[in-house]
Ligand binder design. Structure first.
Ligand SMILES: [Zn+2]
Length: 197
């Protein structure tokens, strides 16, 4: 599974007058639409730098801000022909990076799954275990054995399995019904684990 989402710019707007300059950028990040705005005026007070995410009810929801006190002195006083991008782009990129850190982690791996995968790694490789999964490993695992399923069970445990075929009653019922026993026979016929070096 690829956890990397790269933001794609879908709209950008810059404007400058004697009184202010502003940069607005809309980006797609995985399933999210993000709006980044950086606004610089002559005075510090009305300046702002913020990133918002479009919610399901089509409202912009504030996600991160960068207080103008931190960047006001590093940006030029407004004038009409200022290069808005060279003044504000770095701030916009910084906001976007923070958005990415928050959203990508949230989209990609729910905390519950991280906990379970972390436990499985620790069981397999020790409490300070480390293991690299290559794209070939992923390809091989998808092509062999049953589909990967993580099934939450009533006693609070989680069953991680590739031991059952798609239409096994165990997978179809999310763990409520037992395996009908045909999966193991099929696995043995397929030859089990590969020789890997
Ligand atoms: Zn089964």
């Amino acid at each position: 599974m690829n956890m990397q989402f790269s933001p794609t710019v879908v709209d950008e707007y810059v404007n400058a007058t004697e009184g202010y300059y502003t940069l607005m950028r809309i980006l797609h990040l995985g399933p999210h639409t993000v709006r980044v705005r950086v606004h610089r005026e002559v005075e510090l007070e009305p300046c702002f730098a913020a990133a918002e995410v479009l919610s399901a009810d089509m409202a912009w929801t504030l996600l991160v801000t960068h207080h103008p006190e931190c960047w006001f002195d590093r940006t030029a006083t407004p004038f009409k022909h200022i290069n808005v991008k060279s003044e504000l782009e770095q701030l916009a990129d910084g906001l976007m990076q923070r958005v990415q850190d928050i959203l990508v982690k949230a989209i990609a791996i729910p905390e519950h799954v991280l906990d379970v995968v972390g436990a499985m790694l620790a069981m397999a490789y020790g409490s300070t275990g480390e293991h690299v999964i290559t794209p070939d490993d992923v390809k091989w695992a998808k092509a062999n054995g049953g589909p990967f399923r993580a099934i939450d069970r009533r006693d609070g445990s989680v069953l991680l399995t590739k031991a059952h075929r798609c239409d096994c009653p165990l997978l179809a019922s999310e763990g409520d019904d037992p395996c009908d026993g045909k999966c193991q026979a099929a696995a043995q016929a397929a030859g089990g684990d590969p020789s890997r070096n």
